[in-house]
Design a protein around this ligand. Structure first.
Ligand SMILES: Nc1ncnc2c1ncn2[C@@H]1O[C@H](COP(=O)(O)OP(=O)(O)O)[C@@H](O)[C@H]1O
Ligand SMILES: [Mg+2]
Length: 247
């Protein structure tokens, strides 16, 4: 399996406060990595370093340029509720995913619009194209943002807590979509729900300033402890879920 991106001795900080320290980690083609760790552990920062949005204070991110052209990373950012309270159409949000590739002042061609139609159809929300973002349900919103991340035909998909929008009944369907996508797209997804995602992911990256890579979709409480990933067990109905402890 070839490596898409290699992080070599990466450290990152904000205003001198260290957030990531000596991270060594490779993203292998075809992997489905669940990124877990406590709040404030540096998960979002890690994704931003990979995207080149944050410059590390030390170390190097090496991209496999043969496999991964600049436009081939799709990103679904961590979104808080207040962020989506503006009346923009679903289609425009999806098209905005191309701005990363084409630049902010670029005009959208008819081919771009066809691409938007295609991903909206693929994810079963084409009928919502002209609907305003702030009128969508959590599950619809989640799909709209996934379309935005997918419109550039990414090789690598970075998802930051996509489960935030929805209740657990919606989540299963979303993860099934990701599982299908993972046949052709490498995925790295931040989540707090270790129990649920362990059904879908192939490996875990435990991030708490340091990063420990666990090359299996099954992880025990003991292993999480050994990786310095504090956790808490809670129950959803009959099924016990492992959810990471808040700081
Ligand atoms: N833009 C920023 N400026 C200053 N500090 C930040 C900024 N973004 C994140 N931090 C801090 O960096 C740490 C890691 O944040 P983050 O990467 O968002 O963690 P996680 O996604 O695991 O919750 C936290 O202590 C957070 O407060
Ligand atoms: Mg985060």
């Amino acid at each position: 399996m070839s490596t898409l991106i290699e992080l070599k001795n990466i450290s990152a900080s904000y205003n001198g406060d260290p957030v990531l320290e000596n991270v060594n980690f490779s993203i292998r083609e075809g992997d489905f990595i669940g990124v877990i760790g406590p709040n404030g552990g540096g998960k979002t920062t890690l994704l931003k370093v990979i995207l080149g949005l944050i410059k590390p204070t030390a170390g190097e991110v090496v991209y496999n340029r043969e496999k991964l052209k600049k436009n081939r990373i799709g990103y679904l950012p961590q979104i808080a509720e207040g962020d989506i309270n503006f009346p923009v159409s679903v289609k425009d949000v999806v098209l905005s995913g191309l701005m990363i590739i084409k630049g902010h002042s670029a005009r959208m061609s008819s081919e771009d619009r066809k691409k938007a139609d295609y991903v909206l159809q693929e994810l079963g929300i084409h009928h919502l194209s002209n609907k305003s973002l702030n009128k969508l349900s959590g599950g619809e919103l989640q799909r709209a943002y996934l379309c935005r991340a997918l419109i550039g035909s990414p090789k690598l998909l970075l998802l930051d807590e996509p489960g935030n929008f929805v209740d657990t009944s919606f989540e299963q369907g979303f993860y099934e979509i990701l599982k299908d996508l993972n046949e052709t797209v490498t995925i790295m997804m931040v989540s707090h729900d270790v129990g649920t995602i362990s059904t879908y992911v192939k490996s875990f990256a435990c991030v708490n300033r340091k990063l420990h890579y666990h090359d299996s979709g099954r992880i025990t409480t003991e292993q999480l402890k050994a990786y310095d990933c504090p956790i808490q067990l809670i129950a959803h109905g009959d099924v016990p879920h492992t959810v990471l402890k808040r700081h």
